[in-house]
Design a protein around this ligand. Structure first.
Ligand code: TF8
Length: 334
């Protein structure tokens, strides 16, 4: 896997928000308010996806479902938003799968380093039988899981120095998501990892509580991490999906036609968001370079060094997650 092979496949032009297709859906005459909250900012690909979702749902319900969008963890970070769905105080959210591993252990598979060789393989897995099964697994405990989008390939940034080998990570304080595999990854690479909610991350970087973090280029720029992080490594070490979740309490109140509409809209949002994410990814990496960030692209040999160092993490978690699921995913890329 080379970083250039990932960027070369992406589109070069930013996809515009498509026209809403599909007929008006009849409900039961009642009006509904759907609050949809995410952790990324208003300039993220994810938020553009939400704007499309809002457009589809409002037009096709003729305004009987009013969608209200919240960004930047205004209604809570990933885990808090999920709790709000369970309590019925928020209708929808779309977190990274990683913080949800404590609830759904199988999601740990998405945190395995270098699992998805290309975005297209990720699409095939998530939009296929494996992804469907995962949505079913997550449709419990007050949640209904209805679709996938992408956070994307994660890149390492830090305030200290260029990182080209695991050796460069010695003692570096790296913020990780609240997820045991990510802790293992950075510990194994020799860094000093600290799990923390995304909502606290900018301040932690700014105040030097941590030296580095890892997230896709879009998130790095839309959350202004480059203002406090001078160095980045295009490591593509993990591909993180976003999962689209609905509060079961809200879901049960919706007439069937509206459940169908919200599901379709979430799938269209997911397809569009992934397109935007992939084209923005290329553009934003260049903008970060232009704005002065020192971005290190790894050679295939350097990527292999990281992969080899992480082999023990892979073996260890393979046992915990179950080899069958990993093999099924591997089979898709073969
Ligand atoms: C992380 C994740 C987040 C997303 C989003 C803010 O680093 O990658 O960027 O889950 O909700 O915590």
């Amino acid at each position: 896997l080379s970083s250039t092979s990932l960027t070369a496949q992406a589109a070069t032009e930013m996809p515009v928000i498509p026209e809403v297709q599909g007929a008006v859906v009849q409900g039961d005459g009642d009006d509904y308010t759907l609050k949809f909250s995410i952790g990324t900012t208003q300039s993220s690909a994810q938020y553009r996806g939400l704007e499309y979702f809002e457009d589809i749902v409002e037009k096709r319900s003729e305004g009987h479902i009013q969608v209200e969008l919240f960004h930047s963890a205004q209604l809570g970070d990933d885990l808090q938003a999920v709790s709000a769905l369970q309590a019925g105080t928020l209708e929808m959210t779309a977190p990274s799968t990683s913080p949800l591993v404590s609830m759904f252990p199988q999601f740990a598979v998405f945190d395995l380093p270098f699992l998805f060789p290309t975005p297209e393989v990720a699409d095939e897995v998530l939009d296929g039988e494996i992804g469907d099964r995962m949505l079913e697994t997550a449709s419990t405990n007050g949640l209904v899981a209805i679709g996938w989008a992408e956070n994307g390939y994660r890149q390492l940034t830090n305030s200290k120095q260029a990182v080209t080998t695991p050796g460069d990570l010695g003692g570096l304080k790296v913020r990780t998501m609240q997820n045991p595999i990510h802790l293992d990854i950075w510990r194994t690479l020799g860094a000093n990892p600290t799990p923390m909610s995304f909502a606290e991350l900018f301040t932690a970087l700014e105040q030097g509580v941590v030296d580095g973090q890892e997230n896709p280029w879009i998130t790095i720029q839309s959350s202004k991490f480059n203002e406090v992080q001078g160095y980045a490594t295009e490591s593509n070490h993990v591909y993180t999906p976003f999962i689209t979740l609905v509060s079961e309490r809200f879901w049960k109140k919706l007439p069937d036609g509206y459940q169908q509409l919200v599901t379709e809209a979430s799938q269209q949002m997911g397809d569009y968001e992934r397109e935007v994410s992939r084209s923005m990814n290329v553009q934003i990496k260049q903008e970060l370079i232009d704005e002065g960030m020192k971005i290190t692209e790894l050679t295939p040999e350097q990527v292999a060094t990281f992969q080899n160092s992480l082999a023990p993490v892979y073996d260890d978690w393979r046992e915990k997650i179950g080899g069958k699921l990993i093999d099924d995913i591997r089979a898709v890329s073969q």
